[in-house]
Design a protein around this ligand. Structure first.
Ligand SMILES: [Zn+2]
Length: 263
């Protein structure tokens, strides 16, 4: 990593980022068509899972959201800035082109929820046990799901979406400037085990959320971003660093599941 890269803080409403922002746009950041749709910050099906009560009812006020600008139960699972990124994708990109990404995410999530009492004990994850023989493309599509989230987050903040990320979403096999990795949060594991012993059947799998994203600059130029999302104790991290050349979770059939440090 370049030692001239400077951490400039979190994204939301941060005046320290003003000089990095690009002009407001009504175009799809992925393909350049007119943007007509707003992507969910957390997938709609995940929100519905979290919002479902034991009797099968799905209601937004079953979901409590806490963030820098909000702390309450949700008003809606479908609409609003608390639920969606800004309108910055066209319908084709948001609904059609990204379908394989959604399928990979859905499959992984189902697997995680099913094995929530086991995965925290794993030192490594074997993609083939999750996705079968075509694990590599499906693990790549899982990364593309989060790559799309990263793009929506950047565009929402009027920060430039890296070209390489767009090429990756378009089918490029690698995205060397973005590190996609999985990590286990040991403190969340403790919370999960406590909930299970207190009789909560789903444990921490109903706790989903986003990391407060951090941006970086190098000599006044936008040069890095940290994106993080968790389901229960498992974190999905995407770190973009301009000029980096790193391997990611889809480059190996088996990957480590490192424990998150306190940072
Ligand atoms: Zn588009």
């Amino acid at each position: 990593m370049s030692d001239t890269r400077r951490k400039i803080g979190t994204l939301d409403l941060n005046p320290a980022l003003e000089h990095l922002r690009v002009p407001e746009s009504d175009l799809c950041w992925w393909c350049g068509d007119i943007a007509t749709t707003a992507e969910h910050r957390i997938k709609a099906s995940t929100l519905r899972r979290v919002a479902r009560t034991d009797d099968g009812t799905i209601a937004p006020d079953n979901v409590f959201k806490k963030s820098s600008d909000y702390e309450a139960t949700l008003q809606s699972l479908k609409k609003g800035a608390q639920i969606r990124w800004r309108k910055n994708l066209c319908a084709n990109c948001n609904n059609n082109k990204s379908q394989p990404f959604d399928r990979s995410y859905d499959h992984f999530e189902a697997c995680l929820v099913e094995h929530i009492d086991e995965i925290f004990g794993w030192e490594r994850l074997d993609w083939q046990t999750v996705y079968g023989s075509d694990w590599q493309e499906r693990a790549r599509n899982l990364a593309r799901y989060f790559g799309k989230q990263l793009g929506c987050m950047l565009a929402t903040q009027q920060l430039r979406v890296p070209d390489e990320l767009i090429e990756f979403l378009n089918g490029s096999e690698r995205c060397p400037s973005v590190l996609f990795m999985l990590q286990i949060n040991p403190r969340a594991v403790e919370a999960h085990e406590k909930m299970r012993s207190d009789g909560f059947e789903t444990g921490l799998s109903d706790f989903v959320g986003l990391l407060e994203a951090t941006a970086y600059e190098t000599r006044g130029v936008f040069s890095g971003i940290d994106y993080g999302y968790h389901i229960g104790y498992l974190w999905f991290i995407a770190q973009w660093r301009a000029d980096a050349d790193v391997t990611s979770w889809f480059d190996y059939q088996e990957i480590d599941l490192p424990r998150l440090s306190n940072e």
